[in-house]
Unconditional design. Structure first.
Length: 198
């Protein structure tokens, strides 16, 4: 399902972010849990390479740590971001829920050794948190630019997958020259969907 929100005029990224964050905050816990369960069931069916970059959902992001376990059960080794100074993300391997520790910004990250910013280049699939993604692959993030700077080091053949709620797959988002487009969207009900890139 692709949502068209009826608002007069062209919305900027700030307006999109405000609206989506408000919608996520209003989502009932039961709906959030159902969506997380559906994402975990679907993510385990993605044809993955040995390494997959993922994330631990926080602050209303779709999904749950069950996604990470589903990836591991499918035979993937999972890399998660490690917080650091502004710039490209560092990565460490996820080895199970017991290996996560609290980090800055309310995040959870692996307690194992950091593997460096170039570790993203190992991954054949990169699950990217997003507030929204459009049919062309334009992704709306939270605005800090961590993923924009990180994905420059990804393998050009890696599948970039924006993980969003079903109503966050939209017809068109504002785009800036530095935005790197996603090739796929993963949603709870729609599953994995190829994006047009046009």
């Amino acid at each position: 399902m692709v949502i068209t929100v009826n608002m007069p005029g062209e919305r900027d990224k700030h307006a999109w972010r405000s609206e989506i964050l408000a919608q996520r905050a209003a989502l009932p816990d039961i709906d959030r849990a159902e969506e997380a369960s559906a994402l975990a069931a679907t993510v385990g069916q993605i044809d993955t390479s040995e390494w997959v970059c993922a994330y631990v959902p926080v602050r209303g992001e779709p999904g749950s740590p069950a996604m990470l376990e589903a990836l591991r059960a499918a035979g993937a080794r999972v890399l998660l971001p490690v917080t650091g100074p502004p710039g490209p993300l560092d990565w460490a391997e996820y080895t199970g829920a017991g290996s996560l520790r609290p980090a800055r910004y309310g995040l959870l990250e692996p307690s194992g050794p950091a593997l460096g910013v170039t570790a993203v280049g190992r991954a054949g699939v990169i699950l990217v948190p997003a507030l929204a993604v459009d049919l062309r692959g334009v992704r709306l993030g939270r605005g800090a630019g961590y993923y924009d700077r990180t994905l420059a080091a990804a393998d050009p053949a890696a599948r970039l997958v924006a993980v969003v709620r079903d109503d966050e797959l939209v017809k068109r988002l504002p785009e800036e020259p530095h935005d790197l487009r996603m090739g796929w969207a993963l949603t709870p009900r729609g599953g994995l969907r190829r994006l047009s890139g046009q």
